[in-house]
Design a protein around this ligand. Structure first.
Ligand SMILES: [Zn+2]
Length: 243
């Protein structure tokens, strides 16, 4: 593993990273990580209803959504944001997309990765993204893929909180206190002009997760209070030196 602290977020659509792990991004930037966000699409067809109702064209919708995501990324101090423009509803996750994402993973060499829940019947782009990310992670680890390049180690993949949480089979095992960077996350949320209805919803989610943090913080977090938190489900076992 290289000495630099890096993390990689793979977001199906342009806004997902903001609601679901904006706090984790801003916090890790503050901790000295370089966090890269890869947006597989702009969410132009499926997550931009207001712009379509206003009569915008496809290119206009994509341009606006890109700008919103760039503004949100700036609010979160994101190190680098990349847009793959794979289309949405559905995403085109063919072999070309796979090669591009494997290249990104190997270039970033993340210490940990973040993506969607493994099940999402409301939005199959989300759950297909997670399966796709696991495949790309596997390829990036393979010594026989583009021999001579630096292979990937074994970064954890954290699944961030989906919408309609209880329907997704998503079970958090990690709560992260994001109180110190909440102002940045709220500022990023407010960059999403087309989704006003979600601003207070995700503020409420963060407050509720802080409640879970407080309820469970007697050990590792030393009983510390938290006002805002994010929940994650880890895919792989965590290896530790101390329990
Ligand atoms: Zn999405």
């Amino acid at each position: 593993m290289s000495d630099s602290k890096t993390a990689l977020v793979i977001s199906a659509h342009a806004a997902d990273f903001v609601w679901r792990c904006g706090g984790a991004i801003a916090l890790h930037q503050k901790l000295g990580y370089e966090v890269t966000v890869a947006c597989l699409s702009y969410g132009e067809r499926g997550e931009s209803a207001r712009l379509w109702k206003e009569g915008k064209t496809l290119d206009e919708v994509k341009t606006i959504r890109r700008k919103e995501a760039e503004n949100a990324a700036a609010a979160l101090d994101v190190h680098d944001i990349q847009f793959l423009d794979l289309g949405d509803y559905p995403l085109d996750l063919g072999s070309e997309a796979q090669d591009r994402v494997v290249d990104i993973i190997r270039a970033v060499q993340p210490r940990f990765m973040l993506s969607h829940s493994q099940y999402d019947p409301y939005n199959t782009d989300h759950m297909r993204t997670t399966e796709f990310v696991l495949t790309c992670r596997m390829i990036a680890q393979a010594w026989g893929h583009k021999p001579g390049e630096d292979v990937l180690g074994a970064p954890q993949l954290y699944l961030f909180e989906p919408h309609q949480t209880e329907q997704m089979g998503w079970k958090p095992d990690t709560f992260l206190d994001i109180t110190a960077v909440w102002d940045k996350k709220r500022a990023a949320i407010e960059c999403m002009e087309g989704q006003h209805h979600l601003w207070d919803f995700y503020t409420n989610v963060a407050e509720n997760r802080a409640n879970h943090f407080r309820r469970n913080s007697g050990g590792q977090a030393g009983g510390r209070a938290a006002k805002y938190a994010e929940g994650f489900q880890s895919v792989f076992p965590r290896t530790v030196d101390e329990l």
